[in-house]
Design a protein around this ligand. Structure first.
Ligand code: NAP
Length: 305
């Protein structure tokens, strides 16, 4: 049997695509992955998604988005897609030792923040160490925090955090910043931002639930020191989740999928939405909007075939 539409991904983009496509009677099949729900499953309160004046827990919001997609007929499989074959239509989708076929695909697999992978990181993930100041900054009100990284993301996160935090220390492994001049200058001019250049984080301090700071190593002379702070934000970049595509779709230099015509990728009939294409906004609400766009574009494209 050939499916009309397969959606891969279960963040706000994937579920919103499912919602729209099912309401358009395309009966989409959605691969949610073994760990469904995407990055919001790692967030506690979501306070910036319109419609929830009191905020909502990330996992609860994802359950509601899923239920809403299912209500109109989206069929959901909690399986990972291992590979796709985009060389001809219908396209092939493989998970484990089973395969499916579809006339159209929506790729909404998102991105993941890059973590440092140093000692004690798992213990403090999401409680003490975050990769999203927009999501978690408000929980660090009046606390001294650090931001790791020297790119635009690190500057943006640090500058944003100074709204809440009296002192934000940027820890960067080199003397020079990778950030654009304007973002670097804005951070340098901010009196609440302190600098710890030429240092890397070699591990995190404190027991579970009691984050204490970082162990830093100087890249100049290899000396080590304990740096005390009450929270840490890692901003060393994101990576889109695209390895299962096997390089069959065009990407930018960083590996994000490219939109060629509206939300259609370089292969006709394959659409993309959410953080897997988004290097700029990366918000739940923008991902949901892109999921809607991809579903509408897929509907129109399928109808035109
Ligand atoms: P990025 O430009 O790749 O910068 C990553 C930073 O993290 C670099 O300074 C890098 O150090 C550091 N880093 C990487 N791996 C590390 C490690 N293992 N340990 C310690 N430090 C590490 O990533 P980004 O800042 O996320 O920006 C990504 C793209 O989005 C860029 O094109 C950026 O311009 C854009 N962006 C734009 C805005 C804006 O305009 N408002 C905001 C955010 C992002 P090195 O410098 O030594 O390599």
């Amino acid at each position: 049997m050939v499916e009309k539409l397969i959606i891969i991904g279960s963040g706000p983009a994937g579920y919103t695509a499912g919602l729209y496509a099912s309401r358009a009677m395309f009966e989409p099949l959605l691969f949610a992955g073994y760990a469904s729900g995407g990055q919001l499953m790692l967030t506690s309160d979501v306070e910036n998604y319109p419609g929830y004046p009191e905020g909502i827990q990330g996992p609860e919001m994802m359950m509601q988005l899923r239920a809403q997609a299912e209500r109109f007929g989206t069929r959901i499989l909690d399986r990972n897609v291992d590979s796709v074959d985009l060389s001809h239509r219908p396209f092939g989708v493989t998970s484990g030792d089973e395969s499916w076929q579809a006339e159209a695909l929506i790729i909404a697999t998102g991105a993941e923040a890059i973590w440092l992978g140093v000692e004690n990181e798992e213990v403090h993930k999401g409680r003490g160490i975050s990769t999203c100041a927009t999501c978690d900054g408000a929980f660090f009100r009046d606390k001294e925090v650090m931001v790791v990284g020297g790119g635009d993301s690190a500057m943006e996160e640090a500058t944003f955090l100074t709204r809440f935090c009296p002192k934000v220390t940027i820890v960067h492994r080199r003397e020079g910043l990778r950030a654009s001049q304007i973002m670097g200058l804005r951070a340098r001019d901010n009196p609440r931002i302190a600098w710890k250049l030429n240092h890397t984080v070699t591990g995190w301090l404190g027991a579970e639930g009691d984050f204490r700071g970082a162990r830093l190593r100087s890249t100049a002379d290899d000396s080590e020191e304990d740096f005390t702070c009450e929270g840490a934000f890692i901003a060393i970049g994101h990576k889109p989740i695209t390895s299962f595509l096997g390089g069959q779709l065009e990407t930018d230099a960083s590996g994000y999928l490219l939109w060629k015509q509206h939300s259609m990728t370089s292969v006709k009939g394959v659409f993309a939405a959410g953080d897997v294409v988004d290097t700029r906004y990366r918000q739940a609400v923008t991902a949901a909007g892109m999921g809607c766009m991809a579903a509408i574009d897929a509907e129109r494209w399928l109808e035109a075939q």
